[in-house]
Design a protein around this ligand. Structure first.
Ligand code: PLP
Length: 257
């Protein structure tokens, strides 16, 4: 049977990030993609013009509909907006027998908040403990742990600080450092440094959503976390290289490369 992957995330009306990027990634990687919407954003290449979260009952109901009938081989979470939604989703995931990729989305590339500051503690204490892999970028790491990463060595300190919250693995995305795009994947004993040449392309909207979804697709196929992450990194590197201009601002990564 085709692997089934569920994204629990927000809608990006511009189609570059969020649920739209997740479903495109799942289609490209040959799994059946499903979505639980947590929030709706009015968004385009220039930023987020508005955001509205869904009621917790609507999120729970979507999740139950999908999991109880269709079943899932992996879950991915993205924008969760509020403490209430973070806690409800953490509880749903902990009752589901499938690996969970948690992208602890905090702020968009344009600086628009996608998570309330009051929800950070719920991410630390409820969501990260149920994650198979957490995939924070450097801004999210700083918000969650206070560790500011400026070098490859700092990546290790940051990873250790995230692992304290209880995810099985952490993938720290060092893409905002200078030089090669270096990510660190570790479970506290094994360490994998993933390097990719930096593409001089500003059209990178949706990068984080795409990477986390690609990891979930690999896990749904029964790959190990290091295998799934290595394949996902390759996929997102191609998608960034093919990112294209749309609108007046930052265009999306391309899933059709
Ligand atoms: N909008 C939504 C709904 C998202 O989930 C995300 C990221 O996870 C973004 C926007 C931000 O995307 P980016 O930082 O790639 O611009």
């Amino acid at each position: 049977m085709i692997p089934r992957v569920l994204t629990v995330a927000g809608s990006d009306s511009g189609g570059g990030a969020g649920v739209q990027a997740d479903l495109k990634t799942m289609l490209a990687l040959g799994v059946h993609g499903m979505s639980v919407l947590t929030a709706v954003t009015a968004q385009n290449s220039t930023g987020v013009q508005g955001a509205w979260e869904l009621p917790v009952e609507a999120v729970r109901a979507q999740y139950r509909s999908v999991v109880d009938d269709i079943g899932v081989q992996a879950v991915k979470t993205g924008m969760l907006a509020s403490a209430e939604l973070v806690e409800a989703v953490a509880e749903l995931i902990s009752g589901t027998d499938a690996p969970a990729v948690v992208d602890p989305v905090g702020v968009s590339k344009h600086g628009d908040p996608l998570l309330a500051a009051s929800a950070l503690d719920s991410v630390r204490t409820k969501l990260l403990p149920v994650a198979t892999v957490a995939t924070p970028n450097l801004d999210e790491v700083a918000q969650l742990t206070g560790v500011r990463v400026r070098s490859e060595d700092d990546l290790r300190r940051a990873a250790a600080a995230v692992l304290e919250f209880g995810p099985r693995w952490v993938l720290i995305k060092g893409g905002h450092l200078t030089g090669d795009a270096v990510d660190l994947l570790t479970d506290g004993s094994e360490e994998h440094l993933l390097r990719a040449p930096r593409h001089d392309n500003r059209h990178t909207h949706g990068t984080g959503c795409t990477l986390a979804s690609a990891v979930a697709c690999g896990l749904a196929r029964g790959r190990t976390v290091p295998e799934a992450v290595a394949a996902a990194k390759e996929y997102v590197t191609g998608a960034i290289a093919a990112g294209f201009a749309l609108g007046a601002g930052i265009g999306p990564v391309d899933h059709g490369w």
